[in-house]
Design a protein around this ligand. Structure first.
Ligand code: PEP
Ligand code: MG
Length: 573
């Protein structure tokens, strides 16, 4: 029997392959004096050559596995490596100060980084600072003789293990070879988990000890449904995993029959089941899984997958592609939600003690409105290609909503003056993910066309439990009556004003929550595309009136999350 580790089930599916650690090595450089400075300069030049060759290979592989556009970021790195200023200054420093190459190069690179970062009104130079940071790591790794993790270099079937994966690491994983991933930290709503679901890669996160327990090449069995990992599995355990995988496949085949069916409860109440996407590439999953629209397009990935702010034209093309890609079905596009666990190196945001409570999302958009206006213009221009709904993230008060709407209006007026047509069925709504907005939903409802409840954040803010911190994940309680009451308040407030209420947090596709949400009258459920069909199957087996009774009991009688869970299990047996 293999050793078992339990984490959080982050993306359904099963896998059996060898472990491939993506671990950040220690790149601390110490100052050493060097006598043979000529040899040290040669060592430095060799490191630059090796780094360049490596980047060329990575670039080529990235172009093949994830696309030419994503690969272009490496061109900028190759260019910086070839910059004579960097290498001349390093060479001089090695010779004059008689120091080791790693120390000299780090000092020179840091100096450039500081200068470029200081050019606040020159975004081009600020981007170069982040390029230098990247290549600095690569060259120093060569000089220290350690390997850097490189997800795009994987060319055999593996289970990737890592302390954590950034959304951009996740985007570089090639589905052909990466059969699953397991991380030490993170929760079900961390963005690497969300991306794993859209890429349909089984994943277990928050497994605590995976990188310290498992070595490269050790065999792993991953159960992304139960959130379990078996290290060095026995033959029986491998067989059991294969059985579960094939049962899962047959269940999927059953759900697949509902692909072109509407989403209707047993007693005939129809709801909309939509999908969450991160890029136009996810459109395939949307149609394969029979989603009735897009309830959340997380546009921040457009910004994160690029080495500079995406232009109005690039954004327009992406939005148009998504609107056209769903054949007239509704598309909710959320404006940039950078911050929290979604970094944007070229904006060079200062580190904060509490990034989830800090300068992020709409707060950045209203503060740096030139970035926001570009996005809004691209959206307004794309609006005629389908049913567009613009949504603002992280709204905490009505002043923010009014300021954002005023900007939309101003850009609309300007575009119309230039002869641009803008759809007259465009809707504007907000995410409800801050308890203050959930409490004041009756007032917000008068000034929006719709709400979409972002439970990933709403739960963390209501329970004061960081959504990424597995040590407090027991407090991250979607079914706690307090959360249910906030959601209920939001749905009621929307309906009172004749507006629709949706949900695009992960809770919308949670099989235990769906009966309650249906009972509370939620109109639209937006989730990872891979959850749509099983949710449609579940809803077809539920009676909405019974579920309303169930929800009412949960809201008025239950005192804890456990009581709610028991109640739902009884009702849906
Ligand atoms: C949410 O907070 O529920 C949400 C959908 O947004 P994100 O997960 O991108 O923060
Ligand atoms: Mg959110």
């Amino acid at each position: 029997m293999g050793n078992k580790l339990t984490g959080i089930a982050a993306s359904d599916g099963f896998a059996h392959a060898k472990a491939y650690p993506l671990v950040q090595p220690d790149l601390t450089v110490s100052k050493q004096s060097v006598e043979d400075t000529e040899a040290e300069v040669e060592r430095f030049k060799a490191a630059i050559d090796q780094a360049t060759e490596e980047l060329q290979t990575i670039r080529q592989k990235a172009a093949e596995s994830v696309g030419e556009e994503e690969a272009q970021v490496f061109d900028a790195h190759i260019m910086v490596l070839a910059d004579p200023d960097l290498s001349d200054q390093t060479t001089t420093k090695i010779k004059e100060d008689q120091v080791n190459a790693a120390y000299a190069f780090e000092a020179v690179a840091d100096n450039f980084i500081t200068i470029f970062e200081g050019m606040e009104d020159n975004p081009y130079m600020q981007e170069r600072a982040s390029d230098i940071k990247d290549i600095k790591k690569r060259v120093i790794a060569h000089l220290l003789g350690v390997d850097l993790p490189d997800p795009s270099a994987i060319d055999e079937e593996v289970v990737v293990i890592a302390e954590d994966l950034t959304p951009s690491d996740t985007a570089q994983l090639n589905k052909k070879y990466v059969k699953a991933f397991v991380t030490d930290v993170g929760g079900r709503t961390s963005h690497s988990a969300i991306m794993a679901r859209s890429l349909e890669i089984p994943a277990v996160v928050g497994a605590g000890q995976i990188t310290s327990t498992v070595k490269k090449g050790q065999e792993l069995v991953v159960d992304g449904v139960a959130g379990e990992v078996i290290i060095d599995p026995s033959d029986q355990e491998i067989e059991a995993n294969e059985e579960k995988a094939s049962e899962y496949e047959s269940m999927k085949a059953e759900w697949n029959k509902l692909k072109d069916e509407p989403s209707i409860s047993k007693d005939g109440v129809q709801v909309e089941l939509a999908a969450n996407i991160g890029t136009p590439k996810d459109l395939e999953g949307v149609s394969n899984n029979g989603a009735e629209g897009i309830g959340l397009y997380r546009t921040e990935f457009l910004y994160m997958d690029s080495s500079e702010l995406p232009s109005e034209e690039d954004q327009f093309q992406a939005y148009k592609e998504v609107l056209e890609g769903v054949d007239g079905k509704p598309v909710v596009v959320r404006t940039m939600d950078i911050g929290g666990d979604k970094e944007l190196p070229y904006l060079d945001l200062p580190d904060e003690m509490n990034p989830f409570l800090g300068y992020r999302a709409l707060r950045i958009s209203l503060d740096r409105d030139e970035i926001f206006r570009t996005q809004i213009r691209a959206l307004l221009r794309a609006s005629t290609y389908g049913q567009l709904r613009i949504m603002f993230p992280m709204v905490s008060n009505l002043d923010e909503l009014r300021a954002a709407k005023a900007i939309v209006q101003e850009e609309k007026d300007k575009l119309e003056d230039q002869g641009q047509t803008i759809s007259d069925s465009l809707q504007i709504g907000i995410m409800i993910e801050i308890p203050a907005a959930a409490m004041l939903a009756d007032q917000f409802a008068k000034e929006v066309d719709f709400f979409s409840v972002g439970t990933n954040d709403l739960i963390q803010y209501t329970m004061a439990a960081d959504r990424l911190n597995e040590r407090v994940s027991y407090l991250y309680q979607p079914y706690n009556p307090s959360i249910l009451r906030l959601i209920h308040n939001v749905i009621q407030a929307a309906h009172k004003e004749g507006k629709w209420a949706g949900m695009c947090g992960e809770m919308a596709g949670d099989q235990l929550a769906v009966p309650l949400l249906l009972g509370m009258g939620l109109d639209e459920f937006s989730m990872s595309a891979t959850s749509v069909l099983k949710t449609r199957s579940l809803i077809s087996r539920l009676d909405s009136k019974e579920m309303a009774e169930l929800a009412n009991k949960a809201l008025t009688e239950c005192t804890t999350q456990d009581e709610v869970v028991k109640l739902v299990e009884e009702y849906t047996k």
